[in-house]
Ligand binder design. Structure first.
Ligand SMILES: Nc1ncnc2c1ncn2[C@@H]1O[C@H](COP(=O)(O)OP(=O)(O)OP(=O)(O)O)[C@@H](O)[C@H]1O
Ligand SMILES: [Mg+2]
Length: 279
């Protein structure tokens, strides 16, 4: 089987992915570090098998059955069994992200800086000086910890088995591969998905009234696993700013961006808690 998705090709048991030449070594170091972290902490990440310098590509082992977390999320959110399987999945994802933040080791890192669109989004959320992008614990970031890079694999054990791929810049909140920065950057990317940053065509099936405490389930599990309390106001603002930066990149600065934001954050979904009460 050969199936292309931009720079990714799946060939039988191998996945081949091309990278910018200047990032190739750093991408490989991080992929290797993620795989080692996964082995230590009981989750799944693709093993990098070979670097092809000439083609500026890395070959990975293919994770059988990898299918983005968006699928189970939409299924459970449309049936409404939120306190069973989806909550268990979110708790396990939180444990995995805390393990990555505690234990993903890179030979060289550089400090994360908030991209301009993210700062613009923070200003919109009411954070004028971008404080939310500076607070809380710091770690080596995954960099693109969203639904499309996570999967739940079949498991015999009591815990869902989580697979994590693609620890690379996402182009809107992270622009380099080897970043060390606030853990809130990864957390906000994930919680913006939990709160509904999923493809438009899948949104009509969702029962938003069920959103309720899902973000809290995830955040509490992360805090428990990491042994730290998070600044929830900063997380909320960063989450909005993450969606703003994402929609800006996908839609530009026009009406479509505004419509997408309004669809994601509105009172009907109970999705405005963190700025309620503000003028
Ligand atoms: N090791 C792997 N095993 C199985 N499937 C994989 C693997 N790596 C990538 N894929 C599949 O290819 C898709 C794209 O891979 P990846 O996320 O690494 O590339 P990308 O171009 O950065 O994508 P995106 O921009 O959507 O994050 C994944 O969503 C997944 O379906
Ligand atoms: Mg991806």
């Amino acid at each position: 089987m050969s199936q292309g998705s931009g720079t990714v090709e799946i060939r039988g048991e191998l996945v081949r992915k091309r990278y910018a030449r200047e990032e190739l070594q750093a991408e490989h170091a991080k992929a290797q570090a993620l795989w080692e972290c996964a082995r230590r902490h009981e989750f799944i990440a693709p093993r990098p098998l070979r670097v092809d310098e000439a083609a500026s590509a890395i070959e990975y082992e293919r994770i059988a059955g990898f299918s983005a977390l968006t699928g189970p999320y939409v299924r459970e959110m449309s049936t409404g069994d939120l306190h069973g399987r989806l909550a268990a999945i979110l708790r396990e994802v939180a444990r995995v992200l805390a393990a990555i933040h505690q234990d993903l080791r890179l030979p060289v890192t550089r400090p994360w800086e908030a991209p301009p669109l993210l700062l613009q989004g923070l200003r919109r959320a009411g954070d004028r000086d971008g404080r939310s992008a500076t607070v809380g614990p710091r770690a080596v970031l995954h960099g693109d910890f969203g639904f499309s890079n996570l999967a739940v694999l079949p498991s015999d054990g009591p815990r869902p088995r989580i697979a994590v791929i693609d620890p690379s810049p996402n182009g809107f909140t992270t622009l380099r591969v080897d970043l060390e920065g606030p853990v809130l950057v990864d957390l906000a990317l994930f919680t913006s998905c939990v709160e509904g940053r999923i493809p438009l065509r899948q949104q009509p099936r969702i029962r938003w009234s069920a959103l309720g405490g899902l973000r809290e389930v995830f955040v509490a599990a992360y805090e428990g696993a990491a042994g730290t309390a998070l600044d929830l106001e900063a997380l909320g603002m960063l989450q909005y700013a993450t969606a703003y930066a994402y929609f800006s990149r996908v839609y530009g600065a026009g009406l479509r961006r505004e419509a997408a934001l309004a669809l994601l954050y509105n009172r009907l979904k109970g999705n405005r808690r963190w700025w309620e009460g503000r003028p």
